[in-house]
Design a protein around this ligand. Sequence first.
Ligand SMILES: [Zn+2]
Length: 440
Amino acid sequence: MQLSDVRYQDVAQSQLQRALHSGRMPHAYLFAGPPGVGKEMLATRLAQVLLCPNAAVTRRVAVRDAALSNAPSAPAEAEAPVGLFGPLSDAGGEDDGGLFGAMDAPSSVDSGEAFVPVDVESATSNRAAPPPEKDCSIEACGQCVDCTLLTAGTHPDFHRIHRMLSKLHPNKEVRNRKATVLSIDVIRQFLLGPIGLRPSRGRAKVFVIVEAERLNQSAENAMLKTLEEPPDDSYLILLANSADSLLATTRSRCQKVVFGPLPTDFIVERLTAESKIARDTALFFAEMAQGSLGLAQRYVELGIGERVEALHETIRQAESEPLAASKRLQDIAKDLAGPLKKYQDEDEGDTNASRDAQLLVLAMIATLLRDTQRMAAGAKPILSEARMKQGKGPLPGTRHLRHVFRAINEAEYQISSNANTGLIFDSIGIALNRAGHLAV
Ligand SMILES: [Zn+2]
């Protein structure tokens, strides 16, 4: 697996490559962007580059060009005389690429490209270097002991910090507490303690803090000194859905890397390849996930596709029976709450599953209505036209649609505030009824 295999995050990729090429890696990064777009994958692959003794500059070339020039066509055949951070060690082991599961990007071979080593002089540590050439990236070797350990998830110098580590805390009182936040106890025990020790394998230590937005204030404050002056051989990478969810004092101590949403076509391609679902269903999920491959994959697993037709019928029902439609929407949400529970850990409980299911139903309605909005504006719908039941009457004006979207936004807020579910969905049923024929 390669750092550059993470797709469609070119801005983040080039920012990291510039730092690697310069030999002056920041010791604290904040990766910020929507969930499910590759933040953790890129963080783990960056960690691999930092921990691999054979990390070296490689050049991405088209396979046909490599064949013409007789260049090796796979990293296994490549020879890099000088490593990135010191002398090379013997390569060994196989990269099984299994760490990232379903979120892993296609391999370099799949993307029609190959990697060959080039001049690595500029990659030696502690030396300033010119900006990296286009398609020239620093990568881990994928074959040494460090790469093998990291890929297996057992590298002793790679630390994944998450809130559920509280269940492994030596203090029973901490273990028994609900782990809804990333607490100061977890940060002290699993980050501030180990970061002061020497790396087990002598090279570096990398700490990836997932769901950093769940750090509570005392935990963030406890990290400030370490973020300011981490030990020389330590790297911290905070992952957050939004940089604004962290204290300004934390943000200012980290180099920010922004991740954007993934293209709809890429998500559709991945979903249809992985799940053998129909293309229009994949398109619906991709639209609903708004650029998050992780969310779209979850929708497939949840079997939401089977509920889409019921949702169409319910929205049509709202034209004449808004309160009956409200009841049906609540039933669809109840059905979804069961499958959603497997994504909730024991400390989040049933309440979150119900709430998330209700939010999911609202997201499905909004996805269908965005197509009505497109058609009302004279544009082509993105979802299958065959699915849209037209001809029953004129489409609603944009003013009426705006009213429905506003009602959905308010409902999302009320669900998060634990307001009465029946009243929330009644207001959605009434908003749909007032909008008239929605062509879904
Ligand atoms: Zn390696």
